[in-house]
Write a protein that binds this ligand. Structure first.
Ligand SMILES: [Zn+2]
Length: 429
């Protein structure tokens, strides 16, 4: 009997489960529909609030405009019913956050205002550039807040064919001129960008910076190949903890270091300066060089490889030599007692090679070499100019570097070169 009792219970349980699973449940279904409708109602009733840089703007009006010439912040705010007291408070509270005098003509701004007839302003957002914004909160106790929009990074690829210059090709592609400068900088030691050949071509992978979908700049070139005069030059970005640098496939830096000084065993007798008392001319003037005092006849050496562009005598410089190292850097050495033999325009020189001898020819007071340095066409202080390190990839970073290079090289190879008739192609990823 006991067995039948348990069997009965088990059958009952199975039957209940079967009914629960397979018999349609009208009542339950209705309940679910109701619950679903309620959920939809909830979504309709409370929409997502809209913000402009943190300011709620639902049921507000946003007036977008730009600053006119001779228009002051106080004019703009006064026209939106902001009291003199609030404007005054604002100028006090802006201190340390934003310099109100730096609001520029034609710069955009938004006024968040009420929909009343006076369009009373609740806040003003000023945009000094594509990235930053300054909020003037105008209600209660007015205050000023500075912030930045989110910058997103997108990888791009491009390839181009040179017909006249890199700048022209990049411009025709509709790309940023910053890319021209960056490419010229990456390959500064390999390629003279003033002497490209028609038919030279390149491919580049780079990261672009975007704000609200708008391109605002180039973050960095990640890899590039430049085919110049039949030779392929590869460049790979890698940071081994010493800052941005570009390397070839073997991990050698594309940049070559300069020697720090143009003479051995000397002392600096006069530094680069915007204004110094000239010992010979007896007046204040800029000294755009560094003077190294040394005995007459001390060899002067070129600080880097390059090509002689000038080797001659002039009234002020005396005997001097000017060397172009690449499209970015040039150096000049003045007051030589004698220019070394073989120094003539077009002659190639190797780093450390003697190019002349210390003297005091031209406008000089005592034996010294005046060493001058140009970067990108401008004279700069040779002792202060920032030239990236040129160390090769360290042994401990080599495996990681090789992995990065392998991936970038595959990616470079998949970018097609433009055809001869269509000089440019580019795309995103
Ligand atoms: Zn000097």
């Amino acid at each position: 009997m006991k067995l039948f009792y348990w069997l009965g219970i088990v059958l009952l349980v199975i039957a209940s489960i079967a009914i629960y699973l397979f018999v349609p449940r009208q009542g339950n279904f209705e309940e679910e529909t109701e619950a679903y409708e309620q959920e939809v109602d909830t979504l309709v009733v409370i929409p997502e609030p809209t913000f402009l840089h943190g300011i709620p703007i639902d049921s507000m009006q946003v007036v977008h405009s730009t600053i006119n010439a001779n228009q002051y912040l106080s004019d703009i705010l006064a026209s939106h019913n902001v009291s003199k007291e609030t404007i005054h408070d604002l100028s006090t509270r802006a201190k340390g956050v934003f310099d109100l005098r730096k609001m520029g003509v034609h710069k955009p701004y938004d006024i968040v205002c009420y929909t009343d007839s006076l369009m009373t302003a609740k806040a003003m957002v000023y945009y000094p550039n594509d990235v930053d914004y300054v909020i003037f909160h105008l209600e209660d106790s007015a205050y000023v807040e500075a912030g930045s929009k989110q910058i997103s990074i997108e990888e791009r690829t491009a390839s181009g064919l040179i017909q006249s210059s890199l700048a022209v090709t990049i411009e025709e592609m509709g790309l940023s001129p910053v890319l021209t400068n960056d490419l010229a900088d990456v390959f500064a030691w390999q390629i003279d960008f003033f002497r490209l050949y028609p038919g030279d071509r390149f491919k580049v992978i780079y990261d672009e910076e975007l704000v609200e979908g708008k391109q605002i700049g180039i973050k960095k070139i990640k890899a590039a190949v430049f085919e110049h005069n039949g030779f392929e030059y590869y460049a790979y970005y890698y940071d081994q903890g010493t800052g941005i640098d570009y390397f070839d496939e073997e991990g050698k830096s594309l940049r070559k270091a300069f020697l720090k000084y143009p003479v051995k065993f000397s002392r600096i007798s006069s530094r680069y300066s915007g204004n110094r008392y000239h010992p010979v001319q007896k007046r204040y003037k800029a000294h755009k060089g560094t003077d190294f005092a040394a005995p007459k006849g001390t060899p002067i050496r070129t600080v880097g490889d390059g090509v002689v562009v000038e080797a001659q005598y002039s009234k002020y410089n005396g005997n001097y030599v000017k060397i172009k190292h690449n499209s970015m850097y040039s150096t000049q050495y003045l007051h030589m007692s004698k220019i070394a033999s073989g120094m003539r325009p077009g002659a190639h020189v190797k780093q450390g090679q003697t190019i002349g001898f210390v003297g005091s020819t031209g406008l000089a007071n005592g034996n010294h070499v005046c060493y001058r340095f140009w970067k990108g066409g401008y004279q700069v202080d040779a002792l202060k100019v920032q030239i990236p390190a040129s160390e090769p990839i360290k042994e401990e970073a080599m495996d990681d570097f090789q992995l990065a290079v392998a991936a970038l090289k595959i990616q470079l190879n998949t970018i097609p070169y433009p055809s001869q008739t269509q000089p440019a192609s580019f795309g995103g990823k």
